[in-house]
Design a protein around this ligand. Sequence first.
Ligand code: ZN
Length: 76
Amino acid sequence: MNCIMCKSKLDKSRVNHIVDKMGRIVIIKNVPANVCGQCGEYYVDNDTAMRLEEIIQELLTNKAEILVVNYNELVA
Ligand SMILES: [Zn+2]
């Protein structure tokens, strides 16, 4: 699999996934992803994407405007 943006090779790594939901920021650290060495774009697999969506929905029940969590601690 290559980067959709620049066609470079992807490497397995971990990223900080940052989501802006209507002005509220959710930062999920240490998310496993395939990362482009050229442009920094990253791609998570379907399972991880589903987990992220669940995590984000749950976090948004909290009223804080900025939420920071660690993926490793949430997915044991
Ligand atoms: Zn790229």
